[in-house]
Design a protein around this ligand. Sequence first.
Ligand code: APR
Length: 231
Amino acid sequence: MRKIVILTGAGMSAESGIATFRGSGGMWNNYPVEQVATPEGFAANPGLVLQFYNERRAELLGAEPNEGHRLVADLEKNNDVVVVTQNVDDLHERAGSTNVIHLHGELMKGCSSFAPNDPRMVRTLTAQHPVIALGDKADDGSQLRPFIVWFGEAVPRMDDAIAALRDIDIFVIIGTSLNVYPAAGLLNFVPADVPVYLIDPNDVQVRGVRQVTTIRKGASEGMRDLLKLIG
Ligand code: APR
């Protein structure tokens, strides 16, 4: 069976109404990254950070997967697909993708602030209980925090993402500006003979010299075009 790895970013969820980070209207134009997406910011003002992610979680609960997510999920019918996403939303899973690696964490989960990557402390949040409040504790007694990889923190699932590239036939990039490492560096681990497709309505600078087939469209329309190209 053909093996496909798909690296997605915020643009994958743009058509679901979720803001991207950079470019016009980007999240980082409205929120100071260092205050809401770093461990230092959380230490300095945990209430502000919890509120930021509670708001994003509420927004996510009102959002639906778009056609792009569904077409990615449908690829699993005839291919061995791994989605490596920088997104913390669960829209790939809600669209039906069954093999999703979240490099930057998951918005619908909370974790220990003593040991963020201790799986025993990770707690799944629900539509009924989507809020993390000051005073909510992880099982180790620490303040519960969003299960998000903040700037400056390790990206533990990068190893799994690199391992997923073994023996792949096609690599697809959808909706990421390739600004943030190590996620953007995943492309460097794709074997030289593997075709790479990039779906994005804007121009994305791809470092390195390899041949990339660009589909200058949004995620949904771009996935339809990709399916025509790869069958
Ligand atoms: N379909 C596909 N791509 C789109 C669409 C769309 N409808 N709309 C915008 N895009 C593209 C933009 O052109 C841009 O290239 O999505 C990309 C979004 O880039 P960023 O906002 O930089 O998001 P991303 O690359 O996912 O950021 C990576 O940065 O802040 C951190 O942790 C955060 O995971 C995030 C990481």
